[in-house]
Design a protein around this ligand. Structure first.
Ligand SMILES: O=C(O)CCC(=O)C(=O)O
Ligand SMILES: [Fe+2]
Length: 311
């Protein structure tokens, strides 16, 4: 029987009483349900092998192979995040949900610590369902049905500036062209709504002018900075943390170098994000027609009305 103890008032839980290398089906089902409910699960004293971590991930679903992050040479599904004073600067100190440049972003991520610094190197989380719940009803109504563009984030910018590696970016861009995801995502298992734009990959709100996109995105990208929706996880060696990318974002503070920190990660494929409503009707060029007798966003007749006014 596992014990699930909340880590805070809003989200996150510590799970004890199980060995993640040897889970029976009933315990796995409890953990899977616990992940949807608590959004982040922390397991201590899990001395599992890389193969066991990969096998655990596969029980949730097919594993994703990152086109950007460094992986083990034997197992491309196993991402190795190994940093010290001599390595390249880690790129994970930005709020994000994993790999939202994909049309089907990962549902969950399982991170296991191998070497942890004496201090620093925590991982921070923000519950985007809690962030959504805090919005005013007016803002929720405004956001309903909007979509946003997700690009390749920091990965793309760094590769674009490196003549030796720009071909990697070109290949990835062919495979993963820009994705358009709902701004408010309905969780496919819990039905809860979550803000689904992030500082790493989201470039603009679709279908509105540049100014409006920048203002709305700026507002939304500040919602995970609210202390009440955050959780900070301190690492011990042999700790496993799994998170639901559909409902949380995370940020890995870059505060421990030159100490060494080695983490291993598997990422579970997800489905196409579903939004909270149909897209809002287009308004041509942002111009709201007057004196047409038609309501904006009806059956499209207002588009003709705008053209008529332009003549
Ligand atoms: O290193 C960490 O704590 C998290 C890094 C990260 O963003 C990830 O594994 O997806
Ligand atoms: Fe991440």
């Amino acid at each position: 029987m596992i014990d699930v103890e909340p880590l805070g008032p809003v989200f996150g839980a510590k799970v004890s009483g199980c060995d993640l290398g040897l889970l029976d089906d009933a315990t796995f089902a409890q953990i899977r349900a616990g992940l949807v409910k608590h959004e982040v699960l922390v397991f201590e004293n899990q001395d599992i092998t890389s193969d066991q971590q990969i096998a655990l991930g596969r029980r949730f679903g097919e594993l994703s192979v990152s086109p950007f992050s460094p992986s083990s040479t034997d197992d491309p599904e196993l991402i190795i995040l190994d940093n010290d004073g001599d390595s390249r600067r880690p790129l994970t100190d930005v709020w994000h949900s994993d790999e939202t440049f994909r049309l089907e972003p990962p549902m969950a991520t399982i991170l296991r610590s191998r070497i942890v610094p004496a201090y620093g190197g925590d991982t921070m989380f923000a519950s985007m369902t809690a962030a959504y719940d805090r919005l005013s009803e007016r803002m929720k109504a405004y956001l309903c049905g909007l979509t946003a563009t997700h690009g390749h984030g920091r990965f793309g910018r760094i590769l674009a500036d490196d003549p030796e590696r720009i071909d990697i970016l070109q290949r990835v861009m062919k495979e993963h062209p820009m994705a358009h995801h709902p701004v408010v995502r309905v969780h496919p298992e819990s039905g809860r709504k979550a803000i689904f734009v992030n500082s790493h990959f989201t470039t603009r709100i679709d279908g509105v002018g540049d100014d409006e996109s920048a203002a709305i995105l700026d507002f939304l990208l500040r919602q995970n900075l609210v202390a009440e929706v955050q959780l900070r996880v301190r690492w011990k060696p042999d700790q496993v943390v799994m998170w639901d990318n559909r409902s949380v974002q995370h940020y890995a503070p870059n505060d421990y170098l030159p100490q060494r920190r080695r983490m291993e990660r598997v990422t579970i494929k997800g489905d196409t994000p579903v939004g909270d409503g149909p897209p809002p009707p287009p308004v041509l060029g942002g111009v709201v027609p007057r004196n047409t007798g038609e309501s904006v966003g009806g059956d499209g007749t207002e588009v003709g009305a705008v053209r008529a006014m332009d003549n």
